[in-house]
Design a protein around this ligand. Structure first.
Ligand SMILES: Cc1cc2nc3c(=O)[nH]c(=O)nc-3n(C[C@H](O)[C@H](O)[C@H](O)COP(=O)(O)OP(=O)(O)OC[C@H]3O[C@@H](n4cnc5c(N)ncnc54)[C@H](O)[C@@H]3O)c2cc1C
Length: 1131
């Protein structure tokens, strides 16, 4: 591969990533986070596929950054940390490549502004205690004191930052004696179960804000690459002069990795000079102390920003306003993408339809300077919406959760008497939300139709979307891949139109084995559009399979062009009879795509590389052919001979392909019949189900190379060898090798049904004898039960599937992946390891289809595993509640060997149960309160796995258990009141709480706080669980009140919240006045109602205290939650 060393895009050798030891959490998310970039499409000697964190994926020399430069935000941030640090500590998860440039630059050492080469830590893992090394270094006895003023930098992602809490806490306390410390944090995390049940990479700001707010660190955000350089400097300067460590945060999924051209990128020398100038201006000698007040720190930070603005000629503010000058509604945003897009949309709405809206971008989140915020907020504003990120969709729905940003904004507005009557709304959103201009516009102006407005000005911008399988020639050619080479070509050979290019690459490794979408935008002017292309001028679809998976046409503008690769089309058409020629093309394009082509007046082009390239291994040739075809659509007069500079393909070959292009590229005349297809509702539903955008879940292509499958079902001799030569084979013997060492074996001591035997709900109390198991647990913790499948069901399955129950199988270890494989009999594997009677996910159907020998079965299984079968899949899962075994029974032609089946079926998972006893009261037992789960489906009785297992246990039976920590912790002060609310089995932990408090009283302790219990169930006669015990505790004074809500004992319903409301004074007294803690346990449904009652109590309390602040119940609940005084354990 030929790299252009003196090109404007930098040069030098390709990155050689350092090997990293892996983090266990990330390992669990294996598919999207590959350890090392792949080496496909290149020879064994060639460098690895370059990183998508680099501009055009090419290495960038430090000295190349100056003036107009193609960069990514991440490269500029690395340049600033190189220039302004003594030591750089990097915590980059595999493939995030947060330090890829630093590692290249380290190979050619160069001095920074302090006159030495900064040292670079080895790549470090994200785990608890990350940053200990940094602390150890700063405070080591032999630290060179002459460098005490030089900043130390940390490069990390959100997940790593969160793990650094204890170290940051220490740092803040000792900051007066420490070096300045700045953390550059890529807001990025992998969410395994994002919307749609798929994994997704998300820009996780919420975690960063939590750390900043909790630890008292300064925090600034940047919205594009240029800002990233400036904000990296600002954060470093705040760390140096502002008396607090600081965080610089940016969107690590999109913004951090987008290639763009910064016209006035600062060189390293200039970065150093500006830093020193600000240092002088702000007067280093008077550095504020770590103990200074928020106001003092705020004033200081303000001074730093003013000086930086002065030096750079910029106008950054802590809160930046855009939109109508008399806005009535204002959106407050924080974050990279939201901020850039919000400002543009507000300005467009204000300008185009005079909507009185605006956006405030929070650039400095901490310290949150309320006066600056209020100064930025127009006085006309009546309605403030705070677009704050929360963890997930559950948090979005949970009324008890509000975003961190909301709390700050609310406080600022409440304190300002001139803003009385301003409504502050919590427009919270989950991390995985992908913002588009239209979504922002809906928030700002829900009633006015912004549909036909140009929300973001892209009038001079050409937009191109490339859809490909990640192993296709157009994607695999590394830096010469079609979109990258085209982007570089357009920018440098046709600067008059395309001088500014942005490139964004996203991988979805969970579809079609891995796909890649590359968005390219080109313009003469600079471009700010931090969201996926939605109205492309041209889209390229490199594989027809993608047309069935995505509504790709939804991302082309009306009248735009689509170029589809259809290999072999020319030959089939030539061979077909005249009247069948059109049908050959129609076969390759789904009907709904044809219809949409007509409806949206799309121009269709098809490329058949096979028409001129005979050797399908010629991937570079095919990539170049695609580039030529694209340019033919965009700009036929483009100097295509210059393509060879960007493709690594000789000018002569490019010319040859160019001459042959007309034999491979065809502009399709659209037959009128394509538009007459009837668009039934059913068909429309099908189209609506197709994805419009990809879900980015990886920064690297998927690893398609098949992993060696574990050697399952080996013969007994190899197992015997393992047992005979333990050391040589690393064999460990254990009764349940699939479970980790923290599992204990306990024995059933007592079991007692608490509901009448004729009653339809079976709720029972079970106690286990701990014997000499060594098991220890704390109040409020839960017990993990490792269930076993019903032996009769297992037997039946073994017979039906034709297995030998005693043959030895090696199954993948599940509790701890590092355990490798374990030897079990087929019977044990089916009983204890794999969830053969559990719910199969979609991918099981897809995987099973490969084994079906019957065509019809294969087709149905495939459909069920894909988007077409979604409705039926849902029905099977939710109505029929089918199991893996049911599906095998339904599709008998699909009969994978047991070794394969064991890998296709999900492992059995443990279930958790709140512990209903206090070990201090009886050290030898652990008790649980269980309600059995049962339902009917397909005319058969079905049972919950663990509850059926527990119910079947005889006295004395051994059970594998483990202990799980919990949020249900008693107040540290035993004198603090506790208010407990439990529904059904939610009473379990309160039995433990009561036992503990009773024990303290029995021991004669004088400081034992009052305890109140609210309990709810259907009927007193049948479901007054542990009733006698509660009444005894009431008599003994352990409980001061028991509020019993039996919903069905009277003609009208009484619920737990009603009982709480009736005794609101108790709640006010013990919970609020006396600083008690509130606990709710059991099902989720009462949470909003119960929270409402607490809010009422809070409101009355606030009124009584005639609190000067405007009252906000949710904020108060949030505060109590943070103090550990509002605790929910719902399941
Ligand atoms: C912290 C915590 C504490 C808890 N404390 C208690 C407690 O004290 N007491 C208590 O009884 N429970 C408690 N639980 C709940 C408990 O962990 C179990 O979820 C519950 O007992 C059901 O387990 P199971 O194995 O019997 O049912 P499962 O087999 O897990 O079935 C559960 C549900 O899944 C669905 N389902 C099962 N199979 C299929 C299928 N093939 N297709 C479609 N749907 C299916 C059914 O709707 C069924 O109702 C607690 C949970 C948590 C998280």
């Amino acid at each position: 591969m030929h790299l252009h060393h003196d090109s404007p895009f930098g040069g030098g050798t390709a990155a050689t990533p350092q090997p990293r030891t892996q983090n266990a959490d990330l390992e669990a998310q294996k598919p999207p986070l590959q350890q090392t970039p792949r080496q496909r499409g290149v020879s064994a000697e060639a460098p690895p596929v370059p990183s998508t964190a680099l501009p055009f994926t090419l290495p960038l020399r430090l000295s190349s950054i100056s003036g107009p430069t193609y960069v990514t935000a991440q490269t500029l941030i690395q340049q600033v940390s190189h220039t302004l640090s003594d030591h750089i500590f990097t915590y980059s998860p595999p493939s995030f490549d947060l330090d890829v440039s630093l590692r290249q630059w380290a190979a050619m050492p160069s001095k920074n502004t302090f006159g030495f080469t900064p040292s670079l830590s080895p790549p470090m893992e994200t785990r608890t205690g990350a940053a200990s090394l940094a602390l150890g270094y700063i405070f080591s006895a032999d630290f060179d004191e002459s460098k005490r003023h030089v900043p130390q930098s940390i490069l990390a992602s959100t997940a790593s930052l969160v793990q650094m809490r204890p170290q940051l806490d220490t740092l803040v306390r000792l900051y007066g004696a420490a070096n300045p410390v700045v953390a550059h944090v890529a807001a990025a995390d992998y969410v395994a179960n994002a919307a749609g049940g798929k994994g997704a990479l998300t820009a996780d700001y919420a975690g960063v804000l939590d750390v900043a707010a909790d630890m008292g660190l300064a925090c600034v955000a940047s919205g594009d690459a240029r800002e990233a350089q400036h904000m990296a400097m600002l954060a470093t300067l705040i760390a140096r002069l502002g008396g607090v460590p600081s965080i610089h945060m940016w969107d690590g999924v999109r913004l951090g990795r987008e290639t763009s051209r910064v016209v006035d990128a600062l060189s390293a020398e200039r970065v150093g000079a500006v830093y020193r100038a600000v240092e002088r201006e702000v007067d280093v000698g008077s550095t504020v102390s770590a103990a200074a007040s928020e106001e003092e720190k705020g004033a200081r930070v303000e001074k730093v920003l003013d000086a930086l603005n002065e030096e750079l000629g910029t106008q950054y503010g802590f809160f930046e306003y855009s939109g109508h000058s008399h806005a009535e509604t204002v959106l407050v945003v924080f974050g990279s993408v939201e901020a850039t897009m919000g400002a543009q949309v507000a300005a467009s709405l204000a300008k185009q339809i005079a909507t009185k809206v605006g956006v405030i971008n929070v650039r400095l989140y901490r310290p949150f300077i309320e006066e600056s915020f209020l100064a930025a907020l127009p006085s006309t504003v009546r309605n403030v919406k705070v677009l704050g990120q929360v963890k997930d969709f559950t948090a979005v729905r949970d009324p008890a959760v509000s975003s961190k940003l909301f709390a700050d904004v609310l406080a600022a507005i409440c304190f300002d008497p001139s803003r009385q009557g301003v409504v502050v709304e919590d427009a919270k959103y989950a991390r995985e939300e992908v913002w588009t201009p239209a979504k922002i516009a809906t928030l700002l102006a829900p009633t006015s139709s912004a549909e036909n407005l140009e929300l973001v000005d892209l009038s001079d911008v050409k937009q191109f979307g490339f859809w490909a399988l990640d192993d296709s020639p157009i994607a695999t050619a590394g830096t010469t891949a079609t979109p990258l080479a085209l982007a570089r070509f357009l920018s440098s050979t046709i600067p008059a139109s395309y001088q500014n290019v942005t490139v964004q690459i996203g991988f979805d490794n969970m579809i079609q084995g891995g796909i890649v979408r590359t968005d390219v935008r080109c313009s003469k002017k600079s471009i700010e559009a931090p969201y996926p292309i939605q109205d492309a001028d041209i889209i390229v679809v490199d594989d027809e399979k993608l047309l069935k998976e995505f509504d790709v046409l939804a991302s082309v503008q009306k009248g735009g062009k689509m170029l589809v690769k259809l290999p072999g089309l020319k030959e089939t058409i030539e061979k077909a009879k005249d009247e069948e020629k059109l049908a050959q093309l129609e076969k390759r394009l789904p009907e709904d795509v044809r219809k949409e082509i007509v409806d949206r007046e799309i121009e269709l082009f098809v490329l058949d590389p096979a028409a001129i390239i005979k050797d399908d291994k010629e991937t570079a040739e095919e990539a170049t052919l695609m580039q030529l075809a694209f340019l033919d659509l965009l700009q036929p007069e483009a100097p295509t001979e210059k393509l060879s500079d960007f493709t690594g393909f000789s000018p002569k070959s490019v010319e040859g392909l160019s001459n042959d292009l007309e034999n491979a590229l065809r502009h399709v005349e659209i037959p009128a019949s394509w538009g007459t297809v009837e668009k039934t509702e059913e068909k429309q539903i099908k189209v609506n189900k197709l994805g419009r955008q990809i879900t980015v879940n990886s920064f690297v292509p998927s690893d398609r190379e098949e992993q060696e499958p574990p050697n399952l079902l080996r013969d007994w001799t190899s197992v015997a060898k393992g047992i005979a030569f333990k050391e040589a084979y690393g064999t460990v013997q254990s009764p349940r090798p699939d479970l980790s060492h923290l599992t204990y074996t306990v024995h059933v001591k007592t079991k007692k049904r608490l509901t009448p035997s004729a009653y339809d709900r079976n709720i029972f109390h079970i106690e286990f004898d701990l014997g000499n198991s060594g098991l220890q647990y704390n109040i409020g913790e839960a017990l993990g039960i490792h269930p076993v499948n019903d032996p009769t069901d297992v037997d039946t399955f073994i017979k039906w599937y034709g297995l030998d129950p005693t043959s030895i199988v090696e199954v993948p270890a599940r509790a701890d992946a590092e355990n490798g494989l374990e030897s079990r009999t087929v019977f044990q594997a089916l009983s204890q390891n794999i969830d053969i009677f559990g719910r199969p996910p979609k991918r099981f159907y897809e995987a099973l289809s490969e084994y079906a020998t019957d065509d019809a079965e294969k087709k149905t299984l495939l459909a069920l595993g894909g988007p077409e079968g979604a409705v039926e899949f849902k029905r099977l899962a939710e109505v029929d509640t089918v199991t893996f075994a049911d599906i095998l029974l339904d599709y008998p032609s699909a009969h994978p060997p047991f070794a394969e089946l064991a890998r296709m079926v999900t492992p059995l998972k443990r279930r958790e149960y709140s512990i209903a006893s206090a070990q201090a009261a009886d050290p030898s037992v652990v008790a649980l309160l269980i309600v059995t789960v049962a339902w009917t489906a397909r005319g058969k009785d079905r049972f919950g796995l663990a509850t059926r297992y527990l119910d079947s246990l005889k006295i004395g039976a051994p059970v594998a258990v483990s202990v799980k920590p919990s949020v249900m912790k008693l107040p540290t002060d035993p004198g603090a009141p506790i208010i407990m609310a439990g529904l059904g089995t939610g009473l379990a932990p309160f039995r433990a709480f009561a036992q503990e408090r009773a024990l303290r009283r029995a021991r004669g302790e004088t400081r034992v706080g009052p305890a109140v219990l609210y309990l709810g169930s259907r009927r007193l006669r049948e479901e007054y669980l542990y009733g006698e015990e509660w009444e005894a505790y009431l008599d003994a004074g352990v409980l001061v009140h028991v509020g019993r809500a039996f919903s069905r004992d009277q003609p009208y319903k009484i619920y737990i919240q009603d009982r709480m409301r009736q005794t609101l004074d108790n709640i006010r007294n013990w919970y609020l006045k006396e600083g008690g803690s509130f606990y709710l346990c059991g099902p989720t449904w009462p949470v909003p109602d119960v929270t409402e009652v607490l809010k009422e109590a809070l409101m009355l309390e606030a009124k009584e205290n005639s609190s000067s602040k405007r009252f906000d119940g949710m904020r108060e609940i949030e505060r109590l939650k943070e103090e550990g005084r509002y605790v929910l354990e719902v399941y």
